[in-house]
Design a protein around this ligand. Structure first.
Ligand SMILES: Cc1cc2nc3c(=O)[nH]c(=O)nc-3n(C[C@H](O)[C@H](O)[C@H](O)COP(=O)(O)OP(=O)(O)OC[C@H]3O[C@@H](n4cnc5c(N)ncnc54)[C@H](O)[C@@H]3O)c2cc1C
Length: 375
């Protein structure tokens, strides 16, 4: 049998594909990355609580030590010095990842190239692409999810500059809840980079993607409410549909010479949709399993243990079955839980102390009623 031309083939050079390639740079011969786009532009901002260092620390464009959540006329301001909320510039991320790949001399990135079919097994994968056929020993699929989520986080945002001071750059507007309703949980997210510069985003947690028209109208109204006609420039727009489903894309167990990573591989925390930090963790783990072995390894991408999965399932059940309680529950959670424990939990912490802090901060009667579907 002819030897595969590549050791590792990564399908998709987005956040997860490039995060893994960065770890493999210089460490492993013959890595290929196949990516349909022809160039990389600033297409999103990734935010997360800074719980662990990663190779993209230099791409952080802003840090905040405070965040706010509001519901009706109540607002809570929380935060911590130890775990800032940070924003990663995607333009810098792509630049940094491409530099790592180039420096390693072992990574070939094919832009303008789409994978169209895959076949084979561990040790001998064949991938048809718009540029021809590629073969590899290990296949990493970092393409987006194949199916839309049954429950998800749907959002649209604009990064704007204003002609006067409209924002408080010291505090992130994490969730400004809008009136509860049966279709989902609505809130506005404001990421203030400066007094005259912010990303304003409207978000719904719900079973169905809201229409483009609804998101546009809602976003226009929120921009108007936040800056009262002061928009000078719209710098860019972003739209997303992130899965919020327990078990979505998560591998059942280790797979031989194959892994699905990124959003399609269960990287988004089911109860929050946060994925960036988890993609970094997944990449570290996979690189650890790949580097240093000449055999075709078994790859295990699972991030969450049984208890975390149960908590996520319960939480999702509550917000799905009783969205009208959602704002009140989130507000209680963000008000009562200890900041650092909550921040770690939302980022995917698996420690018992963090979990207990979160569970005991929820109003028990309201939580039980919602969990049991009682109104
Ligand atoms: C606008 C936006 C904002 C977000 N903000 C945050 C945030 O603040 N914090 C957070 O934690 N998460 C955030 N997320 C969620 C998540 O972190 C991102 O979606 C992240 O980019 C997911 O990485 P990924 O590699 O799975 O997908 P992507 O980065 O989308 O990469 C998938 C890649 O696969 C390529 N591809 C598609 N089809 C093929 C094919 N047939 N063959 C080969 N390649 C293919 C695509 O071109 C793409 O480059 C955000 C998502 C979006 C969309």
């Amino acid at each position: 049998m002819p030897q595969p031309e590549l050791d590792i083939l990564i399908l998709g050079g987005g956040c997860a594909g490039l995060s893994l390639a960065t770890r493999l740079s210089g460490a492993w011969p013959r890595v290929g990355v196949v990516e349909p786009r022809s160039n990389y532009v600033e297409d999103r901002t990734w935010c997360h609580w800074y719980t662990d260092p990663h190779p993209f620390d230099t791409c952080i464009r802003k840090r905040w030590n405070q965040w706010q959540v509001s519901h009706n006329d109540n607002m809570v301001t929380r935060g911590s010095m130890a775990l800032p909320y940070v924003a990663i510039s995607s333009a810098e991320f792509y630049k940094t990842a491409l530099r790592h790949c180039e420096d390693g001399n072992n990574i070939r990135l094919w832009l303008d190239t789409t994978a169209t079919a895959t076949a084979g097994q561990a040790g001998s994968w064949t991938v048809d692409t718009t540029r021809g056929r590629l073969t590899a020993r290990i296949l990493i699929d970092a393409r987006p999810p194949r199916t839309p989520p049954h429950y998800g986080q749907f959002f649209r945002g604009v990064e704007i500059r204003t002609d006067r001071a409209c924002f408080d750059p010291s505090s992130v507007g994490l969730m400004e809840f809008r009136p509860p309703h049966a279709d989902g949980i609505d809130f506005v997210y404001v990421l203030p980079f400066a007094t005259d510069h912010a990303l304003v985003e409207v978000t719904r947690f719900g079973p169905e993607k809201p229409s483009s028209n609804l998101l546009d109208t809602w976003l226009d109204a929120e921009c108007q409410a936040h800056v009262d006609g002061a928009i000078k420039t719209v710098l860019r727009q972003e739209t997303g549909a992130l899965p919020m489903e327990a078990g979505y894309g998560v591998a059942k167990g280790p797979a031989h010479g194959y892994a699905r990573i990124g959003l399609g591989g269960g990287a988004a925390r089911p109860s929050t949709g946060y994925a960036f930090q988890r993609i970094q963790r997944m990449s570290d783990r996979l690189a650890g399993q790949i580097i240093g072995t000449n055999d075709t390894p078994w790859l295990d991408t699972r991030l969450d243990g049984a208890v975390t999965r149960v908590i996520d399932r319960l939480f999702l059940r509550v917000i799905r079955s009783a969205p009208e309680y959602g704002p009140e529950l989130f507000f209680a959670l963000f008000t009562n839980a200890r900041s650092e424990r909550l921040e770690r939990f939302l980022s995917g912490s698996v420690t018992t102390g963090d979990r207990m802090s979160v569970i005991t901060s929820l109003p028990p009667v309201l939580f039980l009623r919602a969990a049991l579907g009682l109104s």
